[in-house]
Design a protein around this ligand. Structure first.
Ligand code: SAM
Ligand code: SF4
Length: 350
């Protein structure tokens, strides 16, 4: 059941002052929901092999929430105690109006962290505007430093654009940049130590993610490509001794450090180490569907209440509050019976 409670502020995400205490969203298992991932498009300029089929049909544009509606969703969630928003997709930087949206979200009272997940192909162009808008953290997907491999993994991407995006983000002053790497046994697992070296040299965090069975992919078997976080860790430790970080900040990643480097090396292990008991997040798709779990189908339409009364936020608010009772206890990924979840990561909002 949904309850209203008042909580102490969590560990600050950023240097922003702690938000005033607010009513909190609490699900049926007592978990507080303080983090929303908001997808602003399902489209992308790449086709990463684990994320999308090569031939994708994207949503008609008129079905997407408008920039104003996306801002309203962000505002309503923050009024309900959410203090961290991550803008994602698809590729968020190809959505027209993304900077305007960031500027609006960056002003929200109560928001302590505004984050972006991007493939960085357009980051060089937008880094300054994103920084000015108040984005605190950027996660950048990077699965290989090798141009040919990168192209194969993304089907036609240019790694140089990503590297330029990273440099631009560093130059304009982003201090919290994290690389995300989905490790696949026969594509890039052997390159993991080199990716760690790059992250350490550049002062970036890096997380390795076990591939999740979201959507049907025909060109590789997900079970055959599976490589566990433990395997990756021992591969990394052959070159970089790792020490666990005590403070894991409540998210799904488990972090380690190497030597005196400031970078954190994380592992997100949906298969080998379930993290659902501390889940604090929900997702909203680009068409306004509230997904209560990454790995389950439970969802609620927010677009209908949003459009039914654009000038009255109460129905949207009530729909969000009522949805909390439907948040499942945990995901049930099983690589042997893929796919259990038919939506791709780009429609889910990774
Ligand atoms: N386009 C942006 C990007 O690539 O960073 C944002 C959206 S993307 C869906 C978000 C994250 O989901 C990326 O880090 C990507 O590597 C990850 N991802 C996509 N499909 C995945 C899958 N099947 N399993 C695990 N992670 C996946
Ligand atoms: Fe695009 Fe990101 Fe999916 Fe790659 S992971 S296809 S960059 S949405």
């Amino acid at each position: 059941m949904y309850t209203v409670s008042f909580t102490e502020a969590d560990r600050p995400e950023t240097d922003r002052p702690a938000a005033p205490r607010r009513a909190a969203l609490v699900d049926g298992f007592g978990r507080e929901i303080t983090y929303v991932r908001l997808s602003i498009t399902d489209r992308c300029d790449l086709r990463c092999v684990y994320c999308m089929a090569e031939d994708m049909t994207f949503l008609p544009r008129n079905e997407l929430l408008s920039i104003e509606e996306l801002a309203q969703v962000g505002k309503t969630f923050t009024e309900l105690g959410v203090h961290k928003l991550r803008i994602t997709g698809g590729e968020p930087l190809i959505r027209r109006g993304v900077i305007e949206l960031m500027e609006q979200l960056g002003q929200l009272p109560g928001l302590r962290s505004l984050c972006l997940t991007t493939n960085a192909t357009h980051l060089a162009r937008y880094a300054q505007a994103l920084h000015d808008a108040g984005v605190d953290r950027i996660n950048i997907s990077l699965d290989s430093l090798d141009p040919e491999r990168f192209r194969r993994l993304t089907r036609f991407g240019d790694v140089q654009q990503v590297l330029e995006g990273i440099r631009a983000a560093q130059r304009v002053g982003f201090s919290r940049i994290k690389l995300n790497c989905v490790a696949l046994k026969h594509f890039n697992a052997d390159e993991v130590p080199e990716l760690v070296r790059f992250a350490l040299d550049e002062g970036l965090d890096i997380s390795f993610i076990e591939e999740m069975p979201l959507g049907r992919i025909d060109d590789h078997g997900r079970a055959a490509e599976f490589v566990s976080s433990a395997e990756l860790r021992s591969l990394i430790e052959q070159q970089f001794p790792l020490v666990p970080v005590d403070d894991n900040s409540g998210g799904p990643a488990r972090y380690w450090r190497s030597g005196s480097h400031g970078s954190r090396i994380g592992f997100i292990s949906p298969h080998s180490q379930n993290f659902c008991s501390s889940c604090n997040r929900v997702r909203v798709t680009a068409v306004g569907r509230l997904l209560l779990c990454l790995g389950q189908e439970n969802s609620v339409d927010l677009r209908a209440p949003l459009r039914a009364s654009p000038d009255d936020p109460a129905p949207l608010r009530e729909a969000i509050i009522a949805a909390m009772a439907n948040k499942p206890l945990q995901h049930d990924f099983n690589l042997a019976e893929e796919p259990q979840i038919l939506r791709f990561m780009n429609t889910t909002g990774g």
